[in-house]
Write a protein that binds this ligand. Sequence first.
Ligand SMILES: [Zn+2]
Length: 437
Amino acid sequence: MLIESSSNGIGPVCLDSVHYAGSALAAFEELAKSTTIEELLRSAHLMWCGPTCPEDTSCDFLHYSRPTVSSREPRLPQFGYNKDTSHLFAAVGDGGYVPGTATIHEVNAWPILLKVIARADAGHQRNGRLDCDYSDWTTKPHDAPRLQNPDPAVSATRSYRDALQWMAAWCGEHYKASPAALHYVAWAAIPDDLCIPPLDVMRGTFRMFGRSLHSTAADMEAEGWGNDGVLAMLGVVLQYIYQYVEKVDFRPGPDQVGLHTQLNNTAGVWDSIMYHTRGHDAFGCAIAVARNCGVGPHHSDAFVDAAINCGMSMNLAKMALDVYRKDDIQPTAHPTLREERQIAYRSVYLDIIDDQVRRGDHEVLVNFGRSGLAFVQLMERYRERRSGRRIPITPQISAELNQLCGPVPAPHHQSSPSSPACRSASGLSTQTESGHV
Ligand SMILES: [Zn+2]
């Protein structure tokens, strides 16, 4: 049923192509010419959809028109937590499962996203940096002051620790078969923790262990990712844009556009679910996992469904373990409809996991979809979220990172939160770690 020991030499894992016909590396180099975040978004979108996209809810770069799933040959039995059993598990909320929950968009994310991006671009043109640049978003509770100038060595090391653990949760003993996939997942891990200006990533001024995202694109090319690499690269670029503007827009005030609020301001949950799916790049990680495990080919809807459910199973586990309450940006948040939205959220998860099995998706992708139920319990990342403090890196993780990335950089002295951190953080990241590679 699988699994090749190496991802080298396998064909495309995703059967559907984007508009852009070049490689991930060529795409990256084209995107890196962008001088504003809006230009970056528009260039990435052009590569995904082509020039005729109407930029409405039919645009699958920001949205997802989910097709009806017809049963094929299931490879797996349904899991214990399913439509027929969910009413027995109150830890993720009462109300069980409601059939027929809508998976249609009610809000066009395009104009809202462009408005926040315009605010960020204007701020950069005025000041060079924004106050929130390189602030730390791992500190909880969310009303605590953000720590400026977090130690880049700590942020990069934690992101690689999380990448190793996620890849193990998704791929088992094959967790590092594809170095490109592992590095890619580390890139997808860090923008949730650190407020990183997307253009710094594209220009290579922000690096981890001295490595740039450009070097990961080059790794993809060397491993023959083809169109899979372009899909993944456009996914992570969109993630960096979403993660950055979400943080720019987080603080209430006259300039706040309300990106999160506007995408949560309906009884339905689909707008919020897709915002979170794109904003965490679970799609690109699903492609990376399939490449790493030599799984496929599948149509893109199998990867999008796996991605949606990966984020949702993570949030269901966070609800059960009381981590979710501490999240800044909750997909079920609403002043009056929170309970209905939680039932809808759970029901969409149960429908999609059922569809993944009925469609006959590969075990690796179905496991990816429900993996949050396990990895939230197993990973230090979520223990850190719950306790609000960092946990030391174990000698075993340190040894793995030493082999994969070079010596783990020693933590630097923490600067004062009032220091002018924004200007120095990206340079520090480069300087601190590049010497170790
Ligand atoms: Zn589009």
